[in-house]
Ligand binder design. Structure first.
Ligand code: FAD
Length: 306
């Protein structure tokens, strides 16, 4: 019987592991067999994580977090959780045929940005293609950018990017927008922002850096190339919650519901942290802070068990 099993090895999972290990709870971290280290493994420079004045490469930051957790005794296993039994005082965590038992589970599986599914998108990820203006906007001073999407997040990303970019073009596949009128008005009033509607992005162009996008008119079928230096994909994200559907309460945003500022889910002894509970901020540092909260909540829960 383990005290704490942590599912996920992004900033939330590893930070929870550091705190739980330092509280002598010997946490097991089930880190995933294919995506250990989480979302930052897929990026290059991270310039906004405190403590790195020169910035840090995403994979280096995550490897450091893993080593820090292991230094205090966290058992990091590159394995995938396949099923969960969360009711009752003993939680059962299935890893294929193996079943681990724990008094508490911290669920920190993150959230996946939706992708367009274009060949250029993977090739140029981190080389001009981004999903996060807060993370990467600074790298695009005086550049010409495209934001793809038609909801609030697309308007917000575009408006934020005007702080740096020379121009921002919002490309949207239809003529109507899901964005709230206030957000849309603000973007429309911005002199740096222009709109291309009824346009499908067919591909992102460039070999080692973004050079443009190829657009197809949804009405006429005509294609054209729009030269740009950067592409921000803002078509939403999906919290990775499939393992807990029907087991934990989920919010209207699709995130795991937690009580107030805590990490307490709808099931006692199960805590959640990071992007999987966060519809708004979704940054490495907020995920790390949230991992801290979860480890402290788990610690208090364990201390009060009979
Ligand atoms: P994640 O990092 O997503 O980690 C979740 C973990 O759970 C992964 O390891 C995953 O494999 C694991 N997992 C999922 N399911 C299972 C399972 N069944 N079994 C075991 N493990 C499982 N933020 C910044 O602050 N600065 C940046 O510069 C920045 N750049 C970014 C660049 C890119 C390309 C992306 C995609 C994101 C970027 N972000 C950045 C956002 C940041 O990465 C996230 O906010 C942060 O990683 C969220 O941490 P997390 O621990 O909640 O989840």
């Amino acid at each position: 019987m383990h005290d704490v099993i942590i599912i996920g090895s992004g900033p939330a999972g590893y930070t929870a592991a550091i705190y739980a290990a330092r509280a002598n709870l010997a946490p097991i971290v089930l880190a995933s067999s294919v995506e250990a280290g989480g979302d930052l493994m897929t990026t290059t420079e991270v310039d906004n994580f405190p403590g790195f004045p020169e910035g840090v490469m995403g994979p280096d930051l995550m490897f450091n977090m893993q080593q820090q957790a292991e230094r205090f005794g966290a058992d990091v296993r590159l394995e995938d959780v396949t099923e969960l039994e969360l009711d009752g005082p003993v939680k059962k965590v299935h890893v294929g045929a193996e079943v681990l038992e724990a008094r508490t589970v911290i669920f920190a599986t993150g959230s996946a940005y939706r992708r367009l599914g274009l060949p250029g998108e993977d090739r140029l990820s981190g080389h001009g293609v981004s999903w996060c203006a807060t993370c990467d906007g600074f790298f695009f001073k005086e550049k010409h950018l495209v934001v793809i999407g038609g909801g609030d997040s697309a308007m917000e990303e575009a408006t934020f990017l005007t702080k740096f970019a020379a121009t921002v073009t919002i490309v949207h596949r239809s003529e109507t927008f899901r964005a709230s009128p206030a957000m849309l008005d603000r973007a429309q009033a911005d002199p740096k922002i222009s709109f291309v509607t009824n346009a499908i992005v067919e591909d992102i162009l460039g070999e080692s850096a973004v050079e443009g996008v190829r657009l197809r008119d949804a009405v006429t079928g005509e294609t054209r190339e729009l030269p740009v230096d950067g592409v921000f994909v803002a078509i939403g994200s999906d919290p990775r919650t499939h393992l807990v559907h029907g087991k934990l309460d989920i919010t209207a945003d699709g995130t795991i519901a937690v009580a107030g500022r805590s990490s307490l889910t709808s099931v006692p002894g199960v805590f959640a942290a990071g992007d999987v509970i966060d519809p708004t901020y979704r940054q490495a540092i907020t995920a790390a802070g949230s991992g801290t909260v979860a480890a402290l909540d788990a610690q208090h829960y364990l201390a009060e068990l009979p």
